[in-house]
Design a binder for this molecule. Structure first.
Ligand SMILES: [Zn+2]
Length: 744
């Protein structure tokens, strides 16, 4: 795949260079109105797809970055279509056009438009809300204001006006005075005729027809028309708009509207006002709930409940109080009915982050720190995803996003997560400003303070942050490879991969011997301590694990722009002379253990020859690790697979429990869990531990083996049993499922 990626990158760069040659020119040929109408009659083709093995690969290219316009429409100078130059961003300019074709969704939403001189051109708007149909995004007959128009030569030799930032285009209200006469609707009421009350009525009709976007727009117009002294009408409009804003996902705006609708100093016997206030409180509470602001939600529902006792309000209040309690105590009841059985892909849970804090981290930009001490296995943090994209939505397709700006490739649901995020951030500016604080890969990513209430969302910036901060929900975080890394072994990730953004957890830096381990239940991240953590210690997780059998061990983290300085990496990369030998032996051992020909299970008992070969391999691998950096307690990750294989083979034999115990101990030690028996009690040194699922199985085996050797009352056996459950909790987030797998 990596070679493929380099070729694709080069191909796209060449296309870009060819297009660039036309910079500043006018197009030689122009499409006619007739041709365009025919073109958009047909439905669009899909993304560029290629077959790879059994499934499809969908490729998305992120083109050359540019900034969105920050100007207001009225501050921009009009430009005519015929004056547009190719490959140019017309900064400070505004194009006013009318859509005259049906819109279609190809990668972008595309259509044809005309300007006031009757000239026509194609338009492609990228990164728009995918929950809207093309005709809702670019309605036929509507007039658009396109800021900073970008005229682009396409790879097939055509030309197009391209909009990457959704904030760079506005569907104008048909009465907007900026619209030139020739583009206005043929039949038009005169704006002055409409009163705020009339527009409000139109808005209410739109609500009745569930046209919440239209209704929001109408209420906004009505608020502008509303006389200053007409407090009652103004509050009605805000109250109504709180509802419609909520429906279209503008939660921050819905909350502000609900608060603006509250009537102050209401008398107890003024039932009408009390009722209206109840409505406003409910709407504010619901908006807060969906923003994850549960304290405010609970307060608002309590207020609503005070004036209007109703079972539904009670349920909403109870739900908000549950979330509030979760966020304060971190007690989620993972073993309760709520978490039994199959769970929905997105959980209704609060984030519990109060025991962590984002601070400057020496040598890295920022990091996440513990504000209290933790014992091994303790819950440190739980976080609900800000936004997630589920692989199940995409079926049997693997998505590949290639970014020409950052030269990074991401495999997984990044493309759809990007579109979703852009839409969500655009709707909720406060969430957007928190998102843009995240690391974007550049040295100085200081964000200028926003000058307006609705700062434009830079889609390229969203993308570069996403590449470095998205978590893979099933597995390790996504492993995008940079073109410099030649790693043919890296297989494509499964097609059902899901990705999500977690604002707090994103601040954690990497260490191979991390002090914290993160896992997921649906779109909910659970972080537990892998060992004791002191107050003010930096929290770390393993982004991914370098492969001890790989020759490019040291370059695993180049994508994120750092080199790992942990004891494991330091030891693995020294001394230079021993590295290639160790990699070779480890690869041989890993291949042996993974080979289907060497199956060791309930069904297949390995032959004596196989066991002898494995014993030889284990000796060789252990020998290769006899180097100064690998002090006792430092993980020797190349040992794990072969020692685990031998332990399983040995368990099937059951004649030598002592030997099995030795092998189990080797497995644990290879991962930095060093067990010793002190005065008959089990002590495990885990200073540099590396958490892997195999630890749980091994601990369960050791518990059984000690029982065989020492009898029913074995203290060590009991301690291993307890420890296995603790490790399961770290690996899986909760104790859920442990009994089912291992029995009581
Ligand atoms: Zn490391």
């Amino acid at each position: 795949m990596a070679d493929n990626f380099v070729a694709l990158m080069k191909q796209q760069q060449a296309l870009l260079a060819t297009a660039k040659k036309r910079q500043g020119l006018l197009p030689q040929e122009r499409t006619t109105r007739r041709e365009m109408e025919q073109e958009y009659e047909r439905t669009g083709r899909s993304h560029l797809t290629v077959q790879h093995g059994n499934h499809l690969i969908k490729q998305t290219f992120v083109g050359e970055a540019y900034k969105p316009s920050t100007a207001e429409i009225n501050d921009l100078k009009l430009i005519c279509l015929r004056d547009l130059r190719l490959e140019t961003h017309h900064d400070g300019r505004l194009l006013l056009v009318r859509v005259f074709c049906n819109a279609v969704r190809i990668t972008a939403v595309q259509t044809g438009f005309e300007d006031e001189h009757d000239h026509v051109e194609r338009l492609a708007v990228y990164n728009t809300d995918t929950s809207l149909s093309p005709s809702q995004t670019l309605p036929r007959g509507s007039v658009l204001a396109i800021k900073k128009p970008y005229y682009k030569a396409t790879s097939d030799g055509g030309v197009i006006v391209r909009v990457d930032h959704p904030s760079d285009f506005v569907v104008l209200d048909e009465y907007d005075p900026i619209i030139p006469l020739s583009l206005r609707p043929r039949v038009q009421a005169v704006e002055e005729d409409r009163t705020a009350a009339e527009v409000k009525k139109e808005g209410n009709i739109a609500v009745g027809m569930k046209q919440y976007r239209k209704a929001t727009k109408l209420y906004t117009i009505a608020i502008a028309l509303c006389a200053e002294e007409d407090e009652v009408l103004r509050r009605d409009l805000h109250r109504n708009r709180a509802l419609t804003n909520h429906h279209i996902g503008h939660y921050e705006a819905a909350h502000a509207d609900a608060l603006a609708a509250v009537i102050l100093d209401v008398n107890a016997d003024d039932t009408k006002s009390t009722e209206l206030n109840t409505k406003a409180s409910l709407r504010a509470g619901r908006a807060s709930y969906d923003l994850g602001h549960f304290e405010d939600a609970a307060r608002m529902f309590t207020e609503a409940n005070r004036t209007h006792t109703d079972n539904d309000v009670n349920i909403e209040l109870a739900r908000a109080l549950d979330r509030l309690r979760e966020s304060k105590t971190g007690s989620f009841g993972f073993l309760s009915d709520r978490f039994l059985g199959a769970l929905p892909p997105r959980l209704d849970c609060a984030s519990f982050v109060k025991n962590t804090e984002v601070r400057a981290s020496p040598g890295r930009r920022k990091g996440l720190f513990a504000v209290k001490s933790f014992s091994a296995g303790d819950l440190i943090l739980c976080e609900k995803a800000l936004c997630s994209s589920l692989g199940s939505d995409d079926g049997q397709t693997t998505n590949m996003t290639i970014n020409l700006n950052t030269k990074r490739m991401s495999v997984g649901t990044h493309a759809s997560l990007h579109t979703k995020l852009v839409t969500q951030l655009q709707r909720n500016p406060k969430q957007a400003s928190a998102y843009f604080e995240l690391y974007d890969g550049t040295k100085s990513s200081s964000i200028l303070p926003a000058s307006t209430a609705h700062p434009p969302v830079d889609v390229f910036h969203v993308q570069s942050i996403l590449e470095l901060n998205a978590f893979g929900l099933q597995d390790a975080p996504p492993e995008p490879s940079s073109p410099s890394t030649k790693s043919p072994k890296k297989a494509l990730r499964p097609a059902n991969d899901s990705t999500a953004i977690f604002l707090r957890a994103s601040y954690m830096n990497h260490a191979c011997d991390a002090n914290a381990y993160r896992t997921f239940i649906s779109d909910f991240l659970i972080l537990r301590a892998t060992r004791a953590i002191a107050m003010d210690e930096e929290l770390t997780i393993a982004y991914t694990r370098p492969d001890p059998a790989s020759l490019d061990y040291g370059s695993t983290f180049s994508h994120w722009g750092f080199t790992c300085e942990c004891v494991v990496c330091k030891a693995e990369l020294h001394p230079k002379g021993s590295i290639s030998h160790r990699r070779k032996v480890v690869k041989e051992a890993d291949d042996f253990a993974a080979s289907p020909a060497n199956e060791a299970s309930d069904k297949v008992t390995p032959t004596k020859a196989q066991v002898a070969a494995a014993e030889k391999l284990l000796k060789r691998v252990e020998g290769a690790y006899r180097q100064p950096g690998f002090a006792p307690g430092v993980p020797k990750l190349g040992v794990t697979a072969i020692a685990d294989w031998l332990m399983r083979a040995c368990m099937l034999d059951s004649t030598e429990p002592g030997k099995c115990i030795e092998l189990g101990t080797t497995v644990l030690s290879s991962l930095g869990f060093v067990p010793s028996i002190v005065f008959g009690e089990l002590v495990i040194d885990r200073t540099h531990c590396v958490v892997k699922d195999v630890v749980v199985d091994t601990a369960v085996y050791l518990s059984q083996l000690y029982e065989v050797v020492e009898g029913k009352d074995s203290m060590v056996s009991a301690q291993y049993a307890v420890w296995a459950e603790e490790m399961w909790e770290i690996c899986k987030g909760s104790k859920r499922g442990f009994e089912h797998r291992y029995g009581a």
